[in-house]
Design a protein around this ligand. Sequence first.
Ligand code: ADP
Ligand code: MG
Length: 716
Amino acid sequence: MENMIKQEICEKKGGNVMGKRYEKTGIDTIADLYGENVFSLKTMRNYLSETAYKSLLTTIKEGTTIDASIADEVADAMKTWAVSKGATHFTHWFQPLTGSTAEKHDSFIVPDNEGGVVLKFSGKELIQGEPDASSFPSGGLRATFEARGYTAWDPTSPAFIKEGELGATLCIPTAFYSYHGEALDKKTPLLRSTAALSKHVSRLAKLFGIEQTSRPYATLGAEQEYFLIDMNFYEGRLDLIQTGRTLFGQPPAKHQQMDDHYFGAIKTRIMSFMDDLDRELWKLGIPSKTRHNEVCPAQFEIAPVFEEQNLASDHNMLTMDILERVAEKHGLACLMHEKPFAGVNGSGKHNNWSLCGPDGKNWLSPGDNPHENAKFLTVICALMKAIDTYAGLLRASVASAGNDHRLGANEAPPAILSIFLGEQLYDIIEQIESGGAKSSKDGGTIEIGVTSLPKFPRDVTDRNRTSPFAFTGNKFEFRAVGSNQSCAGSNIILNTIVADALSDICDQLEADVASGKVFNEVLQDVLQGIVKKHKRILFNGDNYTEDWHVEAEKRGLPNLKDTPAALKAVQDEKVVKLFEKHKVLSKQELKSRHDIYEEQYEMIISIEAGVAAKMARTMIIPAALEYQSSLAGTIEDVSSCGCKSVETKELLETVSGLTETALSSIKKLEGNIAKEATADMLSSMNELRESVDALEGVIPDEIWPLPSYAEMLFMS
Ligand code: ADP
Ligand code: MG
């Protein structure tokens, strides 16, 4: 079987896709292609009356409530446009707490009572939907007798068309909530957290006397890592199919040590995939920008141009979907698990976060004058305060069974949160701390609102790759997010904790200014206070070292090593209050999320345990026994001929020893599965893996029942 797979793969190399030559799309320019499947502002203008267009535009730009009287017109325009693109159905597209996206399609047809149909799509259908919600996780928020769940149109993320082989579907981004209005998805709290952030950024802008021309918002650029392996190998591995990661497998002699894959020339077949991928993304108005080989063979990265956060978050969910679909078309499987292969790099998502102020400027960009710099330093200090106060919560936002294998595994940041500012900015922060006194390196002092800051060169600040939260010149890069996770999770937390820090800062500044104090002076005091209290969160060194773990403990920074430990942080009284204060999540909503994530974690481990036991019993052990019996036969034959078989006997002993160990580990694992003991399942899975991987090292390739790491990582 193996050989047939290899031959098939060889045939596919050079751009053959599923036996068919990959064809160029024939589109003339990217500009024509870009956004062709999006009901964008430009498209809307062509399909809507002036009044409806203007009203919708206000809703989109200012976040105001949609005017119900234009809903019918908008819906009809959307339908007309979608049908012209070949759409037959529409769906409310949403993001339940399963972590993926969901859709339920309805066709546009309405019987005309004359044996035919007309195509209709009403404003009511656009604005609200009621999918059967009973099977989505609600964490106890929805008793079954009122299992209703509703989807509500999010006009700030444009409708788009998803193309199928034969037809197309109009997808409408929506929020998903219960009968009583509780959030059942990731989008609702993201939008609420944006509102909170926006509110306090506006307060700060007012204090700085900044003219407010638009609503402030967070920006997001999500760099996405993924693996591609040949579909035939994928289909030969029950563990990949059912759990997304390999539960067994020996890392090959050569993997990523030579660093020859990172930024290396991209193979022909992969290039075809990437070309196809970019076209599909561009059609959906997703600004895919960068593509390259990652550190591990078969690992790649894609990064878009940053956008408004809610849109970028939707776009990342769509990107993951398109990655899988385009890969399949090319006979490849796209793996977005955080650690599909042990012993080599896992995959993450770098969540680039920044703030666009009401002046339309990036507030994490040091400015050209002292006034702008004061604003920049205030935001930096707000981030220090936010991350230090809620480190555990931010850590919890990236907790998952998959990410547990990656965080702290020598390739990704550890579970300890700290901020990297780079030397120059760190120096400035220290000067703020010593407040006016002659201090630090060049003996300079910073006077907030008076002193100009140097420009921080981006290539200098970006060198520290080991930090979980790094300042990279004009944005922060949160690197602990898992490749498979929705960006919404960590951004809900980031927005909320920064909103909270800004709210405290504004409270103090507003009070002081009202009492007649000088703004620059009180600001200096406030920032100095923050730096003094929260400086421990700053760390410029190597986050991968043991020394840092010791140092972090001394500083009292939390090190929540796995998901169960991290999830406890979600239930902190302090956290409950935070979310209630900023109206992002109620106590019940927060509790439900905690319970869902805990349950998901346990479910994933128990599925993995079940798959591991099954594969070991029904695939690995039979191969090991087969080899043993062939060895035993050989030894008998050889001795009956009067020849020596000392080494062969030793080999047999090794194989039989490992087989026995594996069998007893399976028994233990099965026992832990029966007891539903999550932590024990994890440890006995690891124990079983040891003997199984050792068996892989001695059993003939021909009878080993699984595609090997070398094959999966190098043959595509
Ligand atoms: P780096 O080399 O630091 O990774 P890039 O310029 O390649 O920097 O950017 C990485 C990601 O960060 C891209 O997706 C980019 O669009 C995004 N990014 C750049 N500026 C911002 C910003 N102001 N807000 C959010 N994301 C940003
Ligand atoms: Mg980056």
